[in-house]
Design a protein around this ligand. Sequence first.
Ligand SMILES: [Zn+2]
Length: 308
Amino acid sequence: MNPEYGKTRFDITLQPVSGKAVPVYRGEVLRISQVEGSQCVDFNCYNLHDYKEHMSVGPSAGFRKVKGDVVMTRHPKSRPMLAILEMPDSCVTDVIAPGCSAPLFKRRTGMADHTNCQHTFSECIAEYGLDAEDIHNSFNLWMNSAWTEDGKYFSSPSRNTGKKGDHVDFLALMDVLAVPVTCGGGDVSRGSNYWFKPVQIQIFETSDDLQNLTQDYTGRYLTKNSNEPAKPIRTKRELEPVPGYQPHFKNFPLKISEFSVELTDEDYHNLQILKQMGLGDDDEDAIRSAVIEWYVTNYNIADSPIRR
Ligand SMILES: [Zn+2]
């Protein structure tokens, strides 16, 4: 059953090559909709109370985000920021392209001062005292990027598949400053099918259903380190070493203790099979790998680093 949202408290249409920085409070829903279709949307997001804790954009748990996924904040806090409550199949997401820029279009097309997402982001976040250097990598919506098996990346090898009325709903799991922008590269790529189109931005107030969902999502992720106080922000640009500085790496240097493990004939036979499967270079390596793989894979099945 779909959750019931509160009433609409914000509703604007972003005209082409524009964007808007807008606070979305914990438990509210941000909706981004296609007005005409086939418009790529770039997206930045910050903790409303600490701009340094912004969205972490990267292929965590997959190169594509889908309905039900959670978007986290960057390290060191790494907290759940947004949950994707709705995402149509026509909305392919991209977490690799950093957001188009003037230098990119100059290189690609020779156009010296083309509209671009970096500039649009910068104009939007200036309303909150941030500038171009505070823009983080973009979470891209309706962007049909692709890559080849040997790792070559193409930002828009196929046409935009967004349809009129398609929408993506993000549930805010903390108070955020959301910054959606309509991609400024629309006219020179398949990313928005060689034209610029508007996008609708709405915010729905929270409701009992949304409060329950918020609790549910955050409960799955919170760790005891999540609320460490933020450190002061440095003001000096020049980088120079701190006199007498000594790093304190965790568990460094490692203390290694050796112990022996007795194996039955059957265990020893299985160990040889693991080595033949390429899961260990020698007996010691194979048994260590097998025990740790078993532990990690079963500790949290949903987050296992190994394909089952
Ligand atoms: Zn763009």
